[in-house]
Unconditional design. Structure first.
Length: 659
């Protein structure tokens, strides 16, 4: 960092604040600061405001049922269908010709779906799924890249009451198999491939490899043909071409199935402390209300807006803020297939200019990359359509915040730095853009109705200026209901730490560290469990470790996150070679990398693999991960005297420097 940058960072850290621009406030959805108090006083009935954004087939009887906490239930007695809420009702209101999805392919082609057209596609695919035998409550796995057929398939599943389980297309064959095995999903929708930097990328071979490891029978696999002649591939007996099937159901009409508010809308696997991914369960009424409410209140979306969230639908951000939230509100949602620097580094700004995007939501890692590429790229484009900017997925450093504010928002757009998780379903801690002043690097106060605090190890709230842990001591409609087929793990992972079960007092623990300031703004410091955040992607270090120790010649491994200028965090592997393999470092490194690619995917590619005869351990034999993190990040190492083997630390540090 140059001296000038360091000075700027320091100044911004001193909490320079920014007021919401007047032009934004004048038109915003939520402008009354009393909303915080109103929600507090009227809790939990305040959440009717979220439910009111939806159309219910049957009104709910109760807002919150906490009789079996922490298995909370929301809007019990209510009935609705998510695809009806995202499609039909807008058409009934006369908005059928408004654009629902504006898809930008990487090669420059586009596909536009109005709400009416999208409904037609969804009905055809829903009829297809039904014909193949998919019934209500069957889990359908979607292993698809950013093609329009992905949201179509999600909404088709929702229409017939079949929960979807989307597996990020960048995940490996193993990851697909693990997830299909865990959910016992018998149906798969996949794709032959997609384009990356102009080149066709084979996805079907990876799919087939994964399917070979699925332990139960998969009755049907539907394959979207994205690559045409660019990829030759054969279909197995149980594999059918998406377009052919849909053509057979072209004029099908499929009534939306009425679902109970608490019926599962989808599940989504996410990384946790152990190697086994967690199947987070989200519901139809609570999740959809919450996605719609936060899209309305925080992203300020209106039906007239063109809005772009650059996440991948394979992650929760894409579920809530490309598909369900924006479509529930009748907004135009832009979807981009490819990479931000193809064909050139101005691709994002070109898409914003061309579509006159009003609201843009992206990740800090992307912003840091844009910053590195230079302000000349956004400067080539007219970005004046923008009204609001957002970030998600990881802490944003003040300097990147300021760059986003200046060069993308032209100092005229508020920025919402939104903290939330797969488990929370939607945003939890962030500013309301027309009400709150912004502090770069600080997510903001908890949203109205969200009771989040920063506590110490004993659960006592910390004083302003002090660091602690985020907790949430009241439920909210978008929360996960449980982990699929694993209520016990649900309790252990999220509720054990700070709850008092005997007193029936339940506190949700998201496993993030945070700092509180005198205005009750919360600055998120990052995960405190064995999960790392690489480019906004959540990865379990244990999953990576188990891949590495599977390599012949590697005896033991520890995986940690180290600071990275663009990615936020990067993967560092420390490994002990088995006897006799000490001289084969380069070869082992290659094998370790390969094992990680095979078991997780390229997002987990290590920045460095460091071989060492020992790992630093405490006297009780626990690996000192903090120390390894500090070595990877080039930080001060602090006191190592409590280690069983302090001498190893310098040796490792020297090696990292030499690499
Ligand atoms: C981190 C993504 C700081 C956090 C929506 C959380 C953030 C994890 C922010 C969840 C933010 C998300 N500032 N950190 N604005 N947003 N995180 O489940 O550590 O993929 O626990 O959900 O990302 O990641 P997940």
């Amino acid at each position: 960092m140059s001296q000038e940058d360091a000075n700027l960072e320091a100044r911004l850290e001193e909490q320079e604040t920014f007021e919401p621009p007047e032009s934004f406030v004048e038109q915003a959805n939520v402008t009354d600061p009393d909303i915080y108090e109103e929600f507090d006083e009227n809790w939990p009935d305040c959440w009717e405001r979220a439910a009111d954004l939806l159309s219910w087939d049957q009104e709910y009887d109760t807002v919150l049922d906490d009789g079996d906490a922490p298995f909370y239930e929301w809007f019990n007695g209510g009935e609705l269908n998510a695809s009806y809420n995202c499609l039909d009702r807008h058409i009934e209101d006369g908005a059928g010709d408004n654009v629902a999805i504006e898809w930008e392919g990487e090669l420059g082609e586009t596909r536009t779906y109005t709400y009416s057209e999208l409904l037609d596609e969804v009905e055809s695919f829903a009829a297809t799924l039904r014909d193949l035998g998919v019934e209500e409550d069957d889990i359908v796995t979607l292993y698809m890249p950013m093609v329009p057929e992905l949201p179509i398939a999600m909404l088709a599943c929702a229409r017939i009451g079949a929960p979807h389980s989307v597996v990020f297309a960048g995940f490996s064959a193993d990851a697909l198999a693990t997830r299909m095995n865990s959910s016992e999903s018998e149906y798969l929708v996949t794709c032959d491939g997609y384009y990356r930097r102009g080149d066709p990328l084979d996805h079907i071979s990876k799919t087939n490899e994964g399917l070979a490891d699925v332990e139960h029978e998969v009755s049907d696999v539907i394959v979207v043909d994205r690559l045409g002649d660019d990829l030759e591939h054969d279909l197995a007996d149980n594999q059918r071409d998406y377009d052919e099937l849909v053509a057979e159901h072209e004029d099908a009409s499929v009534e939306p199935v009425t679902r109970d508010a608490e019926d599962m809308l989808f599940m989504m696997y996410t990384s946790g402390t152990t190697g086994e991914p967690k199947g987070v369960k989200h519901t139809t009424g609570g999740y959809l209300s919450y996605a719609a409410w936060t899209s309305h209140a925080v992203l300020d979306l209106e039906p007239d807006d063109t809005y772009w969230c650059s996440a991948d639908i394979g992650w929760i951000t894409g579920h809530s803020y490309i598909v369900y939230g924006p479509l529930a509100l009748g907004t135009t949602s832009v979807m981009y297939e490819g990479t931000p620097d193809y064909p050139d580094k101005d691709r994002m700004w070109e898409i914003i200019e061309k579509n006159e995007v009003d609201v843009f939501y992206t990740a800090p890692t992307a912003i840091r990359a844009f910053m590195k590429w230079g302000e000349e790229y956004p400067a080539q484009h007219d970005l004046s359509s923008l009204r609001l900017l957002g970030t998600v997925g990881e802490p944003i450093n003040p300097r990147a915040w300021k760059w986003y504010y200046d060069h993308i928002g032209n100092q005229e757009c508020p920025i919402v730095d939104t903290w939330w998780q797969t488990e929370t379903g939607g945003m939890m801690i962030t500013t309301l853009p027309a009400i709150c002043e912004m502090k770069p690097g600080t997510a903001g106060p908890p949203l109205p109705g969200i009771s989040a605090q920063v506590v110490d190890a004993e659960g006592e709230e910390v004083e302003p200026g002090e660091a602690g842990y985020v907790t949430v001591d009241k439920p909210w409609p978008g929360m996960l209901r449980t982990l699929y087929n694993n209520d016990e793990r649900f309790i252990n992972e999220y509720w054990e730490e700070y709850s008092d079960a005997d007193a029936d007092e339940w506190v949700y623990f998201p496993e993030d560290g945070a700092k509180l300031d005198e205005d009750d703004y919360i600055t998120i410091l990052g995960r405190v469990d064995d999960v790392i955040n690489v480019s906004g992607h959540r990865l379990g270090t244990m999953e990576i470790e188990s891949a590495v120790v599977g390599v012949e010649g590697i005896a033991e491994a520890a995986v940690v996150g180290g600071d990275h200028e663009v990615k936020g965090e990067a993967v560092y592997v420390y490994a002990i070679p088995e006897d006799g393999y000490e001289d084969q470092g380069d070869e082992l490194e290659g094998k370790a990398e390969e094992a990680i690619l095979d078991s997780i995917g390229p997002i987990a590619k290590p920045e460095d693999v460091i071989f060492t005869p020992e790992l630093p351990k405490t006297r009780s034999g626990k690996i000192m991960r903090r120390l390894l993190e500090n070595i990877a990040s080039g930080n001060e190492l602090g006191d190592t005297s409590t280690l069983r083997n302090p001498e190893i630390v310098d040796e490792i540090a020297e090696q990292v420097e030499a690499d």
